[in-house]
Design a protein around this ligand. Sequence first.
Ligand code: SF4
Length: 348
Amino acid sequence: MGFDENHTHCSLLFEPGTALTVYPEDTPDLSQYVEFIVFFSGGKDSVACVLHLLELGVSPAKIEIHHHLIDGNEGKNFMDWPVTTDYCRKFAQAFGIRFVMTWRVGGFEREMLRENSPTAPVMVPQEDGTMVATGGKGPNGTRRKFPQACMDIQTRWCSGYTKIDVGARYLTSTARFHDGQKRLILTGERAEESPSRAKYETFFKHAKDKRHSKTSKRHLDHWRAVHRWSESEVWSIMERHGVNPHPAYWIGYSRCSCAGCIFVGNDNWATLKFIAPKMFNSIAAYETAFGMTMHRKLNVNQRADAGTVMPMAQRYGQIAMRKEYLEPILVSDWKLPTGAFKANGGKF
Ligand code: SF4
């Protein structure tokens, strides 16, 4: 495998019948970067970003798979699938790639319950492996409500507070990023997911770039590496590498978001109530306590009642609800999971 002399066209060859997706005009010159940090949820689009880098000839030694713990690191799963962190860790191990985690203390639930208090600090790893708290000294504020399912990131605060801001803190407070060398940050948003995502730029200077600083240069570019890919192209790259998708896709979810994502549909709520009643009831109890539902009109119990439990919920729900991922990451008899090409996970 390799690049042409302009380092823009991949010259990888595959067996007939497989497809390599490369949009050369979207692909930066990867040879200039010392490190590639993939913000990785465990969902298919983040998996595709890593596999795409590998197909483009990037050494696993230069890649970091970076996962944000939505529920923090205190052991409780309030919104996210318990298995997600270990699935991400084992995916990284399978490809010999470094795995790093960051999180906001207390995660989603603590931020949601904030009452006249500042948002919690973010835990960031140091070079020696220890974790250090940064931030947490902001102004007092009160939420006491779920994020609302809308495009306004202020109202839909969960992505910002549990992922985007956590990633930003990592980039600004990690010493090695201030050496002036070029680093590429990758995320897996795709245009097909929504009209607003379709308008996103594909390659640009990262929001936390400080390449022109006189004192501490931080050179960060941001590449949405699969922005133009279709869902079919994403599954195709997973098939080429034999990557077993996250259990959520096997249950029937079309997206591997939080288990209780504010965007999911009625069938997802019926399924979550069936496979994770404790988690479901805790979300339902907060809707009652806040006097405000996630959805504009219906509470999660009404939505579950209006939905149907997904057929594979029993078998794969158990896998998704374990903290340890015991299934193989790489399989030789790759199959499309149940949730592929279904819209029941909701589109943004
Ligand atoms: S997956 Fe859904 S609930 Fe979780 S952070 Fe993203 S938008 Fe919020």
